[in-house]
Design a protein around this ligand. Structure first.
Ligand SMILES: [Zn+2]
Ligand SMILES: [Zn+2]
Length: 510
């Protein structure tokens, strides 16, 4: 049986619909509509994947007998036949256009008809003016698409930090088994937020390295030179280079660090300095664990307390809480507190288009702390977006500004924004700027944190949606170290009582 998730099913249905729409026959259009509504229905359906399999999708609205049979095949074989069939009719380069933000089936078809059949072609057509001349695009649209295409091209062959780090650590371990000590270098030695691969230095000769790695699962040799050995580990390009091992990670080795007066690396924040795991999600919104399980997860990792952070009502797609549900949520948390569990009541409250918040002040005041985040309206002008975030950061009941730039590494750029004006507002109002530790985000960027260190306080948060997600804290701490932060700069290094007093000075009288 193939390892297919519900998300995979929904994705396969939608992708098949997209390709059928690109192919665009009448019959295809009808099927595309059917697949799309099946995807929407399946996404919302309550039953677990096991129950769906058991019942062969009976009772799922919009999933008729034909689609149910195709989905059952997918569960058994790991292939969704309608998607494979449609994909045969659409060149791979054209399929790649779906990765560009702002392109749906209709526009992809128009581009394909105009001979623009790959992301590279799209970027070039945007630059040459060819794209702007195609009906339905225009100069502004062509410019935006050109940038989005360039973003996709830049992201190709790049990896997130955990992928490169895991490859580097696995190879390090295999080498250590043969008595070889290897140290991260290059982009990995600098813990870049995205990397082209992993590089390690060590002494000895490539024959010995190759021998030590010969049996390691996931390792493929590509090339052996006089001083180098390169290959791939778990898909990540990896190079071993002869050199001086033992220097280790260099926190201050980027151009941005030049000439700055930085703390002694021994004073920099470490994972064990984080006491409060703030901005976390639970089954109350789109997380997978109960509040009790999240508290246990936090304690198992050696941290002191959990700060909840489920979504507010505007994030309906993520099960955001209505005011009534928020009150029930707070009541459950107060109950857990009464049992002696180390938990604080917080919420991740949406920042609305005008910079106001998704709950009235009297409701926000019932929480122990508030994270305010943008989840919509990414297309605002830089001036409007900045004003919106400044207003939210200046709200007296906002404790932390969540993932301030909205970037998703290798997927999308952050929204247009004057980040310095926003951090200025954080400094003025005493709001902490989040360093979101999710490896897709790492937002705030460490470069901005470095520039504002000493003027703004920060909060390093996992934004975990599961117990396992709490482990992402290490990536946030890595970025904070690059930013030169010490525990004194980070509000969740405070113990629970001190954090509460910091977040709600009007309550504690400070
Ligand atoms: Zn968020
Ligand atoms: Zn969140």
């Amino acid at each position: 049986m193939a390892d297919v998730t519900r998300k995979d099913l929904v994705h396969a249905l939608n992708s098949a619909a997209d390709l059928l729409d690109v192919l665009g026959s009448d019959a295809g259009g009808f099927r595309a509509t059917a697949y799309r509504s099946a995807a929407r229905s399946l996404d919302r359906h309550e039953a677990s994947l096991d129950e769906l399999r058991e019942s062969r999708f009976a009772g799922v609205p919009k999933v008729g007998r034909g689609i149910a049979a195709e989905l059952m095949d997918y569960l058994d074989t790991g292939r969704f036949a309608p998607l494979d069939e449609a994909a045969e009719g659409v060149p791979e380069g054209v399929q790649g256009l779906f990765a560009v933000r702002g392109l749906g089936p209709k526009k992809v078809r128009t581009l394909w008809d105009a001979g623009i059949d790959s992301v590279t072609r799209l970027r070039d057509a945007a630059q040459s003016g060819e794209l702007a001349a195609i009906k339905g695009f225009g100069a502004k649209g062509a410019q935006t698409l050109g940038q989005a295409a360039q973003f996709v091209l830049d992201a190709q062959d790049r990896f997130l930090l955990p992928q490169a780090l895991q490859a580097g650590e696995a190879v390090q371990q295999a080498l250590a088994g043969a008595g070889l000590e290897a140290t991260f270098s290059g982009e990995l030695g600098r813990l870049r937020d995205t990397l082209g691969g992993a590089e390690l230095v060590l002494s000895g000769d490539p024959d010995a390295w190759a021998g030590a790695l010969a049996g390691a699962a996931g390792w493929e040799v590509r090339e052996q030179g006089a001083d180098t050995l390169s290959g791939r580990f778990g898909g990540v390009p990896l190079t071993l280079r002869r050199g001086e091992a033992g220097v280790g990670f260099l926190p201050f080795d980027e151009p941005e660090h030049a000439g700055l007066d930085l703390p002694d690396p021994a004073a920099l924040i470490q994972v064990q300095d984080i006491q409060g795991m703030l901005h976390t999600h639970s089954v109350w919104s789109d997380g997978t664990a109960t509040l009790r399980e999240m508290v246990a997860g936090v304690r198992d990792l050696g941290h002191a307390y959990l700060g909840t952070g489920d979504h507010s009502q505007a994030a309906a797609y993520a099960g955001g809480l209505t005011p009534a549900r928020l009150r029930e949520y707070i009541a459950e948390i107060r109950g857990l507190q009464a049992e002696g569990l180390p938990i604080l009541a917080g919420a991740e409250v949406d920042i609305l288009a005008d910079g106001s918040l998704d709950y009235p002040d009297e409701l926000l005041a019932e929480l122990d702390y508030v994270v305010a985040s943008v989840h919509s309206g990414f297309g605002l002008s830089a001036a409007d977006q900045t004003a919106r975030l400044v207003r939210a950061a200046s709200h007296p009941l906002v404790s932390i500004l969540g993932h301030p730039t909205g970037r998703l590494l290798l997927r999308r750029e952050g929204y247009a924004l004057d980040i310095d004006a926003v951090l200025e507002a954080c400094a003025a109002s005493g709001t902490a700027a989040e360093i979101n530790a999710n490896p897709w985000r790492l937002d705030l960027r460490w470069q901005d944190a470095l520039r504002w260190r000493g003027r703004v306080r920060f909060s390093i948060n996992t934004d975990a949606h599961s117990v396992a997600g709490l482990r992402d804290i290490r990536y946030g701490v890595m970025m904070a170290r690059k930013a030169g932060l010490t525990p004194a700069d980070v509000v969740n290094c405070l113990d629970m009582a001190a954090f509460k007093a910091w977040a709600r000075p009007e309550v504690s009288g400070r």
